[in-house]
Design a protein around this ligand. Sequence first.
Ligand code: SF4
Ligand code: ZN
Length: 315
Amino acid sequence: MKCRKCGGKAVINMRQHKLALCKVHYLEWIPEQTERAIHKYRMFTHDERVLVAVSGGKDSLALWDVLLRLGYQADGLYIGLGIDGNIGYSDASYEKVRKFVNARPGVHLEVVDVEQAYGASIPVAADHTQRGKGRPCSVCGLTKRHIMNRVARDGGYDVLATGHNLDDEAAVLFGNTLHWQLGYLARQGPVLPASHEGLARKAKPFCRLYERETAAYALLAGIDYIYDECPYAVGATSIYHKELLNQLEAERPGAKLQFYLNFLRAREQGAFGAVEKEVELLTCPTCGQPTTVKGQCAFCRMWERVRERIGAAPV
Ligand code: SF4
Ligand code: ZN
């Protein structure tokens, strides 16, 4: 297989794009595609400050690398969840992030350790809440969203960027479609505007790139990342949906991309307009972040209860 651009030996063949590229041209192609998505969906500009949520995995580190290569003002945010499993997941992922930062003098990384900041690790907090019984993902998601917003707001960032790729987005879309969750469908997109003061704009610059493509980029760019998934991801419905979509993709290259792009087109044409109603947002008296309920937000209520139950000091 030959590189379409130079005729050299191709390292990747993307059947869905009918495109094979060598290492040099692939390492150019991914930033070009990312830049296109950033412009097309008006995610952010070179004058804005971007906070990239990094987990130590391929997508987030590759995204940070690409944004830096493209000359964006991109800082990183790592959230220490305190998840061990039998692989020491959080420690191992933090090590990868540190390695990335050490290899790039001058880049800035914000670090928030959940246990230090709020009194318990994610698994411990989950054990002490109704929401987390059996699986800590709901506690984890709520906590990560809160921290990302807080760091973005306190640090004066214009936008929060995450490494969600096409496989992630298509799997979420598939799940939302199976259950016809119109509210979620209306809000799913490459960019989510800051709808309230204290909420950062969210952007997913890799949303049109296959997972296989971001993995290949990380590998070819020499980025060392954590291969293992979080131990709590095992058995997640989203992984099952990804497998189903992969089966479809194997038979019909490009099906995943078309599924997602056609959805975006329908969304743009107002297919979900009727359900996109304004939700009145109030301000949490404890943390100052927006909330849909009166009084404390779900994050503050949950963490206060956790600290009471484990006898930790209030923060
Ligand atoms: Fe958090 Fe792990 Fe669940 Fe992801 S899989 S939400 S990192 S606990
Ligand atoms: Zn709050």
